[in-house]
Design a protein around this ligand. Structure first.
Ligand code: 4AD
Ligand code: MG
Length: 449
């Protein structure tokens, strides 16, 4: 029995001069009636296989000739180190089995010419064919890097003894304001026709309920936002890494934000440099994001800087994408903005006891014109203050009684943050659009495939 191996191990030089079996998909195929050159891909790489009629027999050879792009095959043969070959190796086939064929009446639809001819343009064409586009080398690299990012987040928090904790996705109240809430029509009943239920915007409020039990907790879960803005960094369903810590100050929480982002950059560099380079990313940038500290500046300073650059921004506004883009264009590493005006942020942000028009919060803004990747800060933790903040906002307290209760029984200073995982992936990979880094992106217009 010959050993079945991955193409990546061939490219690593582990099987030179040996007979092995490879399993994968046809990326390209060309040749004559006597010899075919089949470029095979699997999840780890590509290799050219030389297939001669004399070596595999007439019947198999005809099958190989008919094997269209994306047919799946098993192929046995000898591995030769060959400097001229792509990746430095090739296989000389001794036998081939076609496992899953492709019907010539509907060949693999993603081709250069089909992309050019597509009615709605290349981007929409590739989104319509997302289920097949996932197999391209660019998407494969993106998905592998995404997996590394998820792993880095889990490892960062677990190494510090955080408990992974899950919150419900159906909720009765907003966390991040009413304008981006998705209402779920299932829940109103005859008896209770007025009942409002939404998809969660954030794990945070339910994490705060568990804070007195666990003290250090985190999650990576989907959050949902009915975003009005269609930008290169907004999805309607995104993956949200959130954390909550008892007794923590804004500064301590920022250190965790910096720690986790630097850990992500460093893990990508260590484990995915090939993929980063394959999509044209400068590794020196990633190394800088892994190694350099992230400066902290106050919101007021950012507004003054923007005004100095001629940007039309007023004190008191939350900074949207257009403003963050300008601000971060010249940043060399991510920067924290702290102390936003109270009027720009929801009730749960703790008012700065030293200066009541600010809250003790932070956003982490990524460089290269990317903007916000983290939002967090200290929470309004005294019951009286929370009730006052809800009243000030005019928010109905009924949906938040559980949240108020967490303050009524031994409230303590605490806080946390939320990190947009897809945003971090898209910034660090240098993707043009957040859609590029998630397998099946959901935005305001697309829910299929
Ligand atoms: O700043 P946000 O709205 O903060 C919260 O949700 C807090 N409750 C988090 C917390 O303190 N536990 O969202 C946090 C992050 C943003 O910085 C951004 O990276 C990401 O979530 N995010 C989105 N990512 C993709 N598409 C969207 N529509 C996003 N909205 C927010
Ligand atoms: Mg935010």
């Amino acid at each position: 029995m010959v050993k079945t191996i991955f193409i990546g191990d061939v490219q690593a030089g582990k099987y030179d001069g040996q007979e092995v079996e490879l399993m994968g998909w046809v990326k390209r195929s060309r040749g004559s009636n006597k010899i075919r050159f089949v470029v095979l891909r699997d999840s780890t790489g590509v290799i050219q296989c030389v297939v001669k009629k004399d070596a595999i027999g007439e019947e198999s050879f005809e099958q190989v000739k008919g094997a269209l792009i994306e047919s799946s095959i098993k192929i046995t043969g000898m591995i030769n180190a060959d400097e001229r070959a792509d990746g430095g190796h090739e296989m000389v086939a001794s036998s081939i089995v076609i496992v899953g064929s492709v019907n010539p009446e509907h060949p693999f639809p993603i081709t250069e010419s089909a992309m050019k001819a597509a009615d709605g343009g290349e981007t929409e064409f590739l989104l319509d064919n997302r289920h097949l586009y996932l197999r391209t080398s660019r998407m494969t690299s993106m998905l592998q890097m995404r997996s590394t990012v998820f792993g880095a987040i889990h490892n960062y928090f677990r190494d510090l003894d955080f408990t992974e904790y899950q919150a419900p996705n159906f909720v009765a109240g907003a966390v991040e304001g009413g304008s981006t809430l998705f209402e779920v029509p299932y829940f109103p009943t005859e008896k209770n026709p007025e009942r409002k239920v939404y998809l969660t915007q954030s794990w945070q409020l339910y994490a705060e309920a568990a804070m007195p039990a666990l003290e250090r907790l985190y999650t990576i879960a989907p959050s949902f936002r009915a975003e009005k803005s269609r930008t290169r960094r907004h999805l309607t369903e995104f993956w949200h890494a959130e954390m909550e810590v008892a007794w923590a100050t804004n500064d301590e929480i920022m250190s965790h934000g910096e720690g986790v982002v630097r850990k992500i950059a460093s893990d990508l560099l260590e484990n995915r440099s090939t993929e980063l380079e394959s999509i044209g990313r400068d590794l020196e940038l990633i190394a800088r994001y892994a190694d350099s500290p992230y400066p902290r500046m106050r919101y007021d300073e950012a507004v003054e800087t923007l005004q100095g650059m001629g940007v039309d921004v007023e004190w008191g506004q939350d900074l949207d994408y257009s403003k963050e883009k300008v601000l971060t264009q010249d940043f060399d590493v991510p920067h924290f903005l702290t102390h936003y005006p109270k009027i720009a942020k929801p009730f749960y942000h703790r008012v700065d006891p030293d200066e009541e028009k600010y809250v003790l919060c932070h956003d982490l803004l990524a460089p290269e014109g990317y903007g916000e990747i983290i939002g967090g800060g200290e929470r309004t933790w005294s019951e009286a203050e929370l009730l006052a903040r809800l009243d000030e906002e005019g928010t109905d307290k009924a949906a938040y009684q559980f949240y108020i209760d967490t303050r009524s029984y031994g409230g303590v200073p605490h806080g946390g943050f939320g990190l947009g995982v897809d945003r971090v992936c898209s910034w660090l990979t240098g993707a043009d659009h957040i859609r590029e880094v998630i397998p099946f992106p959901r935005d305001s217009r697309r829910v299929s495939p």
